[in-house]
Design a binder for this molecule. Structure first.
Ligand code: NCD
Ligand code: ZN
Length: 339
């Protein structure tokens, strides 16, 4: 396989990405749009994305910024789930390109202080999402629980949601445990999951094992070696329930190298070359096209892309910084380059 000098893949979709706001937005959007054809944009901005007019404006800013590098880039939009959102508002949001609502348990990650604190308070909105065919994306971590148990404890809530709303499509975002992998496999086909690149590369050892690596600090935390193995097995298996959501989450270098560092790994620019390396090493390159450019689109009822990208075997060194952010694999050499 290593002798292959060129790899053609579908133009990838990123079903979980953060591009922030203000003057940093353009650079982050361009990094994303240089690698992906479509991306699902997360709503944890300040203020959060909760209404149609805001989301419409945000989408416009994103597309304007993307134009320079990829005029065909599609921004798939989300709103932040809150109690009390009406059917009329949901319909308006849908007409602005919203395809999913994001459930953030209160306080579990960046800009989630205003997240859901009473599980059942959002059930009426979730029922409307089920009726209108809007996907529910879930940050599955239980607030207040020991950090390594947050996902496995929250998994019970995902199971409740799946039972209570059988026609609702649910994405358990950025899986980090074998328990969540098993649950997603066990639940019916209306429940799927995203997997990030960084959760395919490291256990908690990669964050705090030998040294404190703030640029690997993210939510949910990478867990035990057996969890890492379960995630790799899920991504490499060709099971349509598991697809790429990078959770590329840029924070400026000084916000990460801090006494109270922000959570998030910036992977937009390196995600695809790293995935090629990992799938090749596992001898499952044939499973990569669906993982990055098939299963996610199918789940969201979007047409699969007809476009392709080309990677060539041409080692390159990942920059130490991109747009003021230290990316995943900074200063490391990657063999495959997108051309
Ligand atoms: C994300 C961010 O910074 O917006 N951080 C992270 O560690 N993953 C939010 C999120 O998806 O949890
Ligand atoms: Zn995220």
């Amino acid at each position: 396989m290593e002798s292959k000098k060129e790899i053609i893949l579908p133009l990838p979709d990123d079903f979980h990405s953060h591009v922030r706001q203000g003057e940093v937005l353009a650079g982050f959007v361009q990094d994303l749009a240089s690698q992906f054809g479509r991306a699902l944009i997360m709503p944890n901005t300040t203020p959060p994305m909760v209404c149609a007019s805001q989301i419409e404006q945000y989408k416009k800013e994103i597309l304007d910024a993307a134009k320079e590098v990829n005029p065909n880039f599609e921004a798939l939009m989300t709103f932040k789930l809150k109690p009390g959102i009406t059917e009329e508002e949901l319909l308006l949001m849908k007409s602005c390109g919203v395809i999913a609502g994001k459930y953030y348990p209160a306080g579990v990650t960046t800009n989630s202080e205003d997240g859901v604190s009473d599980f059942e308070s959002v059930f009426p909105v979730i029922a409307l999402m089920e009726k209108l065919g809007i996907v529910l994306c879930v940050h599955g971590e239980e607030p207040g629980v020991f950090c390594l148990d947050r996902e496995s404890v929250f998994a019970e809530k995902v199971e409740i949601l799946a039972k209570q709303f059988p026609k609702l499509k649910i994405v358990f975002e950025h899986l980090s445990t074998a328990k969540a992998v098993d649950l997603v496999k066990r639940l019916p086909s209306n429940v799927a999951a995203t997997i990030t690149v960084h959760h395919l590369l490291m256990s908690l050892d990669g964050v705090i094992g030998d040294a404190l690596r703030p640029h690997h600090f993210c939510k949910p935390l990478p867990k035990r070696p057996e969890d890492l193995l379960a995630l790799r097995e899920a991504a490499f298996s060709g099971n349509p329930k598991f697809f790429l959501g990078t959770d590329s989450a840029p924070h400026l270098k000084e916000k990460k190298e801090s006494c109270c560092g922000a959570a998030g790994v910036y992977s937009a620019k390196v995600a695809i070359p790293i995935l090629v390396r990992e799938f090749l090493a596992a001898n499952v390159l044939d499973k990569l096209p669906d993982f990055i450019g098939g299963f996610g689109a199918d789940f969201y009822n979007l047409p699969r892309t007809q476009k392709t990208i080309k990677l060539v075997y041409e080692p390159w060194v990942v920059p130490a910084e991109i747009n003021g952010v230290v990316p995943l694999a900074a200063n490391e050499s990657l063999e495959w380059k997108l051309v």
